[in-house]
Design a protein around this ligand. Structure first.
Ligand code: NDP
Length: 333
């Protein structure tokens, strides 16, 4: 069995990851760490977790095989390095750190320690995105030309904390959502971005100089160009992901989400076809792949390198928005 320790008494763990671990044949959540002993205890009680601790040492000296890190973003580096040093497998939330240079430190340390390290980019696990990737790889839209990602949402009130108030915690829509879009574009297209140009905005929700909306234009190695829209303040916008090729278009609606929902339409000269896809919970699949990697079968759905790529992409987008110039994306891998 794989015994997990949670670093961070977070919303995402409570809403998705604890269940995803428990959904495995061999997954157990044995301990949770919060910076506050009181919150750790309350969280453990509410989520039926046996052990509540308030220090990293205590968590890492628990009888665990793996940690799931879902604290605020400025803490991932230090906590990840400590967990790697303790020989634990690490599934880390995105962004892996505040800079791609720091993310590389995590990945280098994990390699040297021979542990499994994954980035929790959930969207790679969505049946919709996997169906799109397969359709493109099978040539069903011919040569891909352009992609559009619609991922501007409304940040629920309970999450309008550090994301919109604390730059030092890695707040802002780009580190929160653009990383996912960059990763999903790479995954679906099977291609890497080389350059990005971005505008960001503060539309009234984020303070302290943070952005609550962004629009990016990406150029990929193959020549594909893409646009992506990320935001916290658009209450009534739907989400979507489109890829347009020489022989067809893939048009997915309601797929930039945490749930296995939405639809994927293939439109070609032959007409329109709804693509069927697997509706497994995204996070359950993420943990399953991670467990398999621990058992020596394959890799996590998103590796540490994928996490470096998505952060290097977001970093370049932020730099572009500041300089008004297109910025080259170089993950230095
Ligand atoms: P939360 O704000 O829920 O939790 C982050 C930290 O905030 C916790 O570790 C906790 O600290 C502290 N905290 C939580 N609730 C309280 C409270 N009531 N009072 C004081 N402190 C509190 O963050 P999210 O779950 O939204 O995000 C956590 C991480 O997961 C981020 O890195 C984010 O980017 C990522 N994420 C990824 C998603 C995905 O689908 N891949 C989706 C959502 C988030 P402590 O542990 O010390 O108690």
């Amino acid at each position: 069995s794989v015994r997990w320790g949670l670093i961070g008494a977070s919303t995402i763990a409570r809403q998705f990851m604890i269940d995803a671990i428990r959904a495995q044949d061999d997954g157990d959540v044995v301990a949770v760490m919060s910076s506050s002993a009181e919150r750790a205890k309350a969280y453990a009680g509410e989520n039926r977790i046996g052990r509540a601790v308030s220090s990293l040492d205590a968590l890492l000296s628990s009888d665990i095989d793996a940690v799931y890190i879902s604290t605020t973003n400025e803490l991932h580096l230090e906590q990840g390095l400590a967990a790697i040093k303790a020989g634990k497998h690490v599934l880390c939330e995105k962004p892996l750190a505040l800079t791609s240079a720091d993310a590389r430190k995590l990945v280098v340390a994990a390699k040297a320690a021979g542990i499994v390290f994954g980035t929790n980019h959930h969207l790679r696990n969505a049946g919709a995105h996997r169906a799109m990737r397969e359709a493109i790889a099978a040539g069903r839209i011919g040569k891909p030309i352009a992609a559009r990602v619609f991922h501007s949402v409304f940040l629920p009130e309970n999450l309008q904390g550090w994301r919109v108030t604390r730059p030092e915690a890695g707040g802002g829509a780009v580190l929160d959502i653009t990383v996912h879009d960059a990763d999903t574009l790479r995954f679906v297209l099977g291609d890497d971005p080389v350059e990005v140009s971005a505008f960001t905005q503060s539309a009234g929700m984020a303070g302290s100089g943070l952005e609550d909306g962004a629009m990016c234009i990406w150029r990929f190695k193959s020549g594909v160009i893409a646009q992506s829209h990320e935001g916290f303040t658009t209450k009534f916008a739907g989400t979507g992901f489109e890829v347009h090729g020489s022989e067809g278009s893939l048009i997915a609606a309601n797929v930039m989400t945490q749930k296995p929902v939405g639809s994927v339409l293939l439109r070609t000269a032959n007409g329109e076809e709804e693509l069927g896809f697997d509706r497994e919970d995204l996070y359950t699949r993420s943990v399953r792949q991670f467990h398999a990697a621990i058992h020596g079968e394959g890799q996590p759905s998103a590796t540490g390198e994928d996490g470096i790529w998505s952060l290097a992409s977001a970093e370049a987008a932020l730099q572009s928005s500041k300089t008004g110039k297109a910025v080259v994306i170089d993950p230095q891998l």
